[in-house]
Design a binder for this molecule. Structure first.
Ligand code: PXP
Length: 247
């Protein structure tokens, strides 16, 4: 197993700030290029059904501008499938989406919608996209993701990060243990393992230390931290912490 851990920088919330005023600034594509120069191994963007942050034109521009792979996050809808098939990004990450939620709250219910999802992702795989499924650290969901033919799973780290932030150490440790065990399990099935959601400088290292985890996708904290220290130093510090945890 190679020991390099990739960092995918999610630039959705640069678009959130832009959209607060409805103009063109700050430009998420400029942030993505800067992240790339700062050492991001990939850029992640979530085109939500309600377009509350990233817009269709951002995806067009990212596909045009990026030298690193784009991880295109999307709900399993016919509209998003068409957009993904038009662009054929390096990776497509299927996430659950509810209009009323503030952020992606849980993992995808793969086990319950196995047949539908298998049909849904087949054309994406055929088009050459690496298909990733965003799920909770739950053996049933991982087995289902494997059965439907996903190449990658991304484990939802939100519950672990929330417990860490709240100082609930018992829950934090239990969630971390689930993430550890399920990373090993998913890897044993031949799935590539990614992780993300809610990661900060304070809680990234225990997850970064799991040898099976190949990629972390981090957005909200990095964009927030960029306000104080700038995007490049913010990314450098995350990279340093990830590398230190891996070593
Ligand atoms: N991974 C997935 C699948 C996500 O949906 C998100 C949030 O859009 C992230 C990672 C990044 O989470 P955060 O913005 O909390 O770092």
């Amino acid at each position: 197993m190679t020991n390099t851990l990739r960092l995918g920088v999610n630039i959705d919330h640069v678009a959130t700030v832009r959209n607060a005023r409805g103009g063109n600034v700050p430009d998420p594509v400029r942030a993505a290029k800067l992240a790339e120069e700062a050492g991001a191994d990939g850029i992640t963007a979530h085109l939500r059904e309600d377009r509350r942050h990233i817009a269709d034109a951002d995806i067009d521009a990212l596909m045009e501008a990026l030298s690193v792979p784009l991880n295109f996050e999307m709900a399993a809808t016919p509209e998003m499938q068409q957009i993904a098939l038009r662009h054929k990004p390096h990776a497509v990450c299927i996430v659950p989406e509810k209009r009323e939620e503030r952020t992606t709250e849980g993992g995808l219910e793969v086990a319950r919608e196995e047949n539908q999802l298998a049909h849904y992702i087949a054309p994406l795989r055929d088009a050459g996209c690496r298909v990733s499924i965003f799920i909770a650290a739950d053996q049933r969901q991982i087995e289902a993701a494997h059965r439907i033919g996903a190449q990658v799973i991304e484990l939802h780290t939100g519950a672990y990060c929330d417990a860490h932030a709240e100082g609930d150490l018992k829950t934090r440790d239990a969630e971390l243990e689930k993430l550890r065990a399920m990373s090993t399990f998913a890897h044993s099935l031949g799935l590539e393992v990614h992780a993300g959601h809610g990661l900060t400088y304070d809680c990234v290292q225990p997850v970064a230390a799991f040898p099976e985890v190949m990629e972390l996708n981090i957005g909200h904290f990095l964009i927030g931290e960029a306000i104080f220290r700038g995007l490049t130093p913010a990314i450098h510090e995350m990279r340093r912490l990830m590398d230190a945890a891996r070593a």
